[in-house]
Design a protein around this ligand. Structure first.
Ligand code: URA
Length: 199
């Protein structure tokens, strides 16, 4: 796999990308993935929102609080996993990323996947699931199911999860969200024990 021009191997991130003119104009900053570059579990969301655009870190707003709580509930801390997005710049007005924007950013996501080389990729919501699996996904019905994506000749298991924000709009999705995270924790090593220890 060729290295995309703006990919910064040392930072496992992107420097100065201008592939999407609209996003390049509206973003405050590029929001790269965070967490260990050798994490066993890689969570993939859709795109940064306003809070992420401001802080420069994925999932730091209300969705991030839900994700952090869910991780804590299965004995994991945010720092135990890697968290990234399909698209690294905030789409204006919180719209979904366009097909072109997803395509423009795909090389970076693929590069992050092959660098981290996780045991499990967890898609948070419909957009990352459909983007990685290249098929339509009914995420509520398929949450908790395993599929797979091949990147640079290597197959990675993909666990489908509802988006954390979905649990805010529809609390009945909370159970599915939590049980999916508990499956993810089994991949995170030591049966999901984390640096949090008993806390
Ligand atoms: N939603 C996402 O999909 N990604 C984020 O980083 C924040 C909210």
């Amino acid at each position: 796999m060729d290295k995309p021009a703006c990919w910064n191997e040392e930072r496992v991130g992107v420097t100065g990308c201008e592939r999407c003119p609209e996003l390049g104009d509206s973003r405050s900053q590029i929001v790269d993935g965070v967490g260990p570059t050798d994490a066993a579990v890689l969570f993939v969301g859709e795109a940064p929102g306003a809070n992420e655009d401001e802080d420069g870190e994925p999932f730091v707003g209300r969705s991030g609080d839900v994700l952090d709580d869910g991780l804590r509930g299965v004995g994991l801390a945010r720092a135990d996993v890697r968290i990234t997005n399909c698209v690294r710049c905030r789409p204006p007005d919180n719209r979904d990323p366009t097909g072109d924007e997803l395509t423009n950013c795909r090389g970076y996501l693929d590069r992050e996947i092959t660098t981290v080389d996780p045991d499990l990729v967890v898609t948070l919501g419909k957009v990352p699931a459909e983007h990685l699996l290249d098929r339509s996904v009914g995420v509520t019905g398929e949450a908790g199911n395993l599929d797979a994506v091949t990147v640079d000749g290597e197959e990675y298991p993909v666990l489908l999860c509802v988006h954390p924000a979905a649990t805010l709009y529809d609390p009945s999705q909370r159970g599915t969200f939590e049980s999916t995270l508990s499956t993810a924790a089994e991949y995170a090593g030591d049966g999901g024990q984390s640096t949090l220890g008993e806390f």
